[in-house]
Design a protein around this ligand. Structure first.
Ligand code: GLA
Length: 372
């Protein structure tokens, strides 16, 4: 049984995959850690810096140990974890339960035997020694080459027991894309489990994922979280407005928030959005109750999330590809940092221009998030 107290709130951090796939290296990740500090992300709560698939040398060493890629990670993973820790962040790494990682299958990554099957003890000890605080463990057709009947809970529980007993606190994040209803068996085995196939940088993908989470809400809570996949905020393919809706929906779902853009080139607007205090506060609400979509109209979707101390968060989304939707709000306060709502006059004020208007106009794919 993993220690659920390691993830009392949905984990927040950064992961290399969405922006870089396997094109990662030591210096780039140190630079990313620097930006997590200088942009204010670390102080806003983004705590883990996770190195996804692509850090490995093509083979294990002759004693069976995983090795960092000799050119791209020449100083080693322990040295990288030290750099990350020195910046007040925690360090995460990627592994797989079978004999292959996903990049070996889908990205033609040059490798043999990079999955942990039969090496679990050795690998978790290596990770702990390197200073890993977060393990992303990714299915990647793990049955292949092992046993066609290997079931998902068995595969992931093998590593779970070792994570729990290795003597270093490690958040255990598992990924089988929602194939086997992991929300039914993974609480207790992992701190978070993917509920969907990979997210893409498009509003359609974000919407598809958000809409597919209905009915899973009660499986998630402090120490054990549904994970609708990492953020695409700041990546090409999404407007700032769509990114805001993305973050708002993930906050409503109490989702882990793993940023996935190239932090070194992000605009101030994207950095500010990622750090939006009101949305992060909703995501990280200590009650840990995942919100749900309570209304689905052609012109708008309404989400509701129960917060601690009797509060409620509401999020209204315009799902249309064309057409502005006007939403009348009352008795509520806009928290996305752009507009405030006056409880007495029921007027909305734009915090930047001071312009006042009643109700909110939502552009296509835009949203408004309110606290009640
Ligand atoms: C799978 C996962 C992704 C990423 C890649 C790495 O596709 O779902 O999040 O970890 O593997 O190869």
């Amino acid at each position: 049984m993993i220690d659920q107290s390691l993830a009392p709130l949905p984990p927040m951090g950064y992961n290399t995959w969405n922006a870089f796939r396997t094109k990662i290296d030591f210096q780039q990740i140190v630079d990313m850690a620097d930006v997590m500090v200088s942009s204010g992300m670390r102080d806003a709560g983004y705590e883990y810096l996770v190195v996804d698939d692509g850090w490995q040398a093509s083979t294990r060493d002759d004693k069976g140990y995983l090795q960092p890629h000799p050119e791209r990670f020449a100083p080693g993973i322990k040295a990288l974890a030290d750099e990350v820790h020195a910046r007040g962040l925690k360090f995460g790494l990627y592994g797989s339960p079978g004999i292959r990682t996903c990049a070996m299958i889908y990205d033609a990554y040059d490798g043999t035997g990079l999955g942990s099957w039969g090496h679990e003890q050795r690998d978790i000890e290596t990770f702990a020694e390197w200073g890993v605080d977060y393990l992303k463990y990714d299915w990647c057709e793990a049955r292949f080459g092992i046993d066609q009947h290997l079931d998902y809970p068995t595969a992931f529980a093998r590593m779970s027991e070792l994570v729990a007993s290795v003597g270093r606190p490690i958040v255990y994040s598992i990924s089988e894309y929602g194939n086997s209803n992991p929300w039914e068996w993974a609480p207790g085995i992992a701190h978070m489990w993917r509920t969907t196939p990979d997210i893409e940088p498009s509003f359609a993908s974000i919407q598809r994922i958000a809409l597919s989470q209905r009915g899973l809400e009660h499986h998630s809570g402090p120490g054990h979280w549904n994970d609708p996949d990492m953020l695409q905020i700041g990546n090409p393919g999404l407007s700032l407005e769509e990114c805001r809706t993305h973050l708002a929906l993930w906050a409503m779902m109490a989702a882990p928030l793993m940023a996935g853009n190239d932090l070194r080139i992000m605009t101030d607007e994207v950095a500010e959005l990622l750090c939006t205090p009101g949305l992060i506060a909703i995501d990280q609400d200590p009650l840990g109750k995942q919100g749900r979509r309570i209304r689905t109209e052609w012109t708008h979707h309404v989400w509701r999330r129960e917060l601690s101390e009797g509060g409620t968060a509401w999020c209204v989304v315009n799902p249309l590809d064309e057409g502005v939707v006007r939403v009348e709000v009352d008795g509520t306060l806009v928290v996305d940092g752009v507009q405030t709502f006056d409880l007495d006059t029921t007027e909305v004020t734009d915090a930047v221009t001071g312009e006042r208007f009643s109700g909110v106009e939502l552009a296509p794919h835009a949203s408004v998030t309110l606290l009640h």
